[in-house]
Design a protein around this ligand. Structure first.
Ligand SMILES: Cc1cc2nc3c(=O)[nH]c(=O)nc-3n(C[C@H](O)[C@H](O)[C@H](O)COP(=O)(O)OP(=O)(O)OC[C@H]3O[C@@H](n4cnc5c(N)ncnc54)[C@H](O)[C@@H]3O)c2cc1C
Length: 412
């Protein structure tokens, strides 16, 4: 079977889809296009710097380029550098695998005060995404709103002492920022009862390895079923852990009502409790880990609303969606594989190849595109740098990355 397929987004869902397509039909031309000069999406810029085992999935993704013949076109934003219509005109099939990256807003009075930051903003800055804003001063007592895995990742990173980050890929700037943060207390709040919290119990138990902290779990309540019992058991493991100076408090059933401030800056938060009472917690900053929405380069909402078969990811003839872009910001890396496999079957059943379409010829002569060999040179430059106790020192700017893509390690 022949045909030209463009996948917009070289994150996990794009890579899993390319793998599935090329496994079933090795003669397809499959191109992964990414707005960044580097592939792998949130594996590089979302998965925690101290979870290198999770990031090892990139070795599997590399095979789609190295052995299965997929091509990478990095540093090319669809919707900005090239329109979606032009891409669709050039390829037989276009698949949107562009993820979700914009922090959901708290939506309560005071939510725009200085000192309220989305988890995506902080993690992008910590992991040196080239478009990230600077890391802000969180003060001595950040309060995290949300109790999913992103919230727990953020808590763990903020709570760690410098020596606990050995072997990670946290860069020198963010490492220095953490070491000098002056954080004394971190409060984590969730709207649901602990029994229904979204975190993975394994992530909670990992907190029991932290040194320099003392952890309290306040109001965990009862477990109504076995699934809930696993969460409460994990919380019981960490409750009372450590006698270090950095305090960590977990609180539940607190619905955000207002961010309190003075002179435009955060001073605390008011919540309503399950009983309908008000509860105030003083804090110096508020970090929201309450999900993500789409960026505005692609008209996701309109495309999904008009989808021919939204569940299957079929948006319009020759146009499909997969991964977080289709489902919303839910699910782990492996969850995107099942999505990709199902969609690959549908695409292969529906594709109609037009030999006259230029496919990747659309990009001929465009300056600044980084291909897979360019990414390999960036990768080599990052991993060849003096380690400073790190497994990789990321190049933090687009210019630095594109230079390394051309020149390799010599550009550092
Ligand atoms: C902070 C955080 C931590 C996480 N930690 C874990 C974890 O430890 N383990 C786990 O299993 N899961 C984790 N996840 C979930 C996991 O990252 C997702 O399931 C997965 O990344 C979704 O894959 P995706 O390809 O749909 O989206 P993404 O990974 O976001 O990839 C989308 C890609 O599309 C590109 N793109 C976007 N717009 C355009 C455009 N207009 N043109 C071209 N390219 C574009 C982006 O640059 C990006 O590379 C985490 C998520 C977050 C937010």
């Amino acid at each position: 079977m022949t045909g030209k397929i463009a996948i917009v987004g070289a994150g996990p869902s794009g890579c899993f889809l390319a793998q599935a397509l090329l496994k079933a039909a090795p003669d397809l031309e499959v191109d992964l296009i990414d707005a960044l000069p580097v592939p792998y999406g949130l594996v590089r810029y979302g998965v925690a710097a101290d979870h290198q085992g999770t990031k090892a999935v990139t070795r599997q993704f590399a095979r789609v380029f190295e052995r299965q013949g997929a091509r990478f076109f990095g540093n090319l934003c669809i919707g900005r550098d090239i329109s979606l219509d032009d891409l669709r005109a050039a390829y037989d099939v276009v698949v949107l695998a562009a993820g979700m990256s914009v922090d959901n807003r708290l939506g309560v009075p005071g939510g725009d005060l200085e000192g309220v930051y989305g988890a995506g903003r902080i993690t992008r800055a910590l992991y040196e995404h080239p478009d990230a804003e600077a890391l802000p001063d969180l003060g001595s007592h950040p309060l995290i709103v949300g109790n999913g895995n992103v919230a727990i990742d953020l808590l763990r990173l903020l709570a760690k002492q410098p020596e606990e980050l050995a072997g990670s890929d946290l860069g020198p700037g963010p490492s220095d920022w953490l070491a000098r943060s002056g954080i004394e207390t971190i409060t984590v709040t969730g709207r649901s009862p602990a029994a229904r919290a979204k975190f993975d119990p394994v992530m909670i138990k990992e907190l029991a390895k932290l040194g320099g902290v003392s952890i309290r779990v306040i109001g965990a309540g009862e477990a109504p079923d076995d699934e809930a019992a696993k969460r409460l058991d994990a919380l019981a493991v960490i409750d009372g852990h450590g006698d270090g100076p950095r305090k960590i408090d977990f609180r539940f059933e607190l619905t955000p009502a207002e961010v309190l401030g003075a002179a435009g800056k955060v001073t605390g938060m008011r919540f309503s409790t399950a009983a309908g009472d008000a509860q105030h917690i003083a804090c110096s900053s508020v970090l929201t880990a309450i999900g993500f929405g789409p960026a505005d380069d692609l008209p996701r909402e309109a495309l999904i609303a008009a989808a021919a078969d939204r569940e299957a990811g079929a948006l319009a003839p020759g146009l499909y969606a997969t991964g977080w872009f289709r489902r919303g910001p839910r699910g782990t890396i492996p969850d995107n594989r099942a999505d990709a496999q199902a969609l690959a079957g549908r695409i292969l059943a529906e594709i109609s190849a037009s030999p006259a379409k230029p496919g990747r010829g659309l990009f001929d002569g465009r300056p600044g595109i980084v291909d897979y060999d360019g990414w390999c040179r960036i990768d080599a430059a990052e991993t060849a740098a003096p380690s400073q106790g790190r497994c990789r020192i990321k190049i933090p700017t687009r210019t630095g990355m594109t230079m390394a893509a051309i020149e390799g390690a010599t550009s550092r």
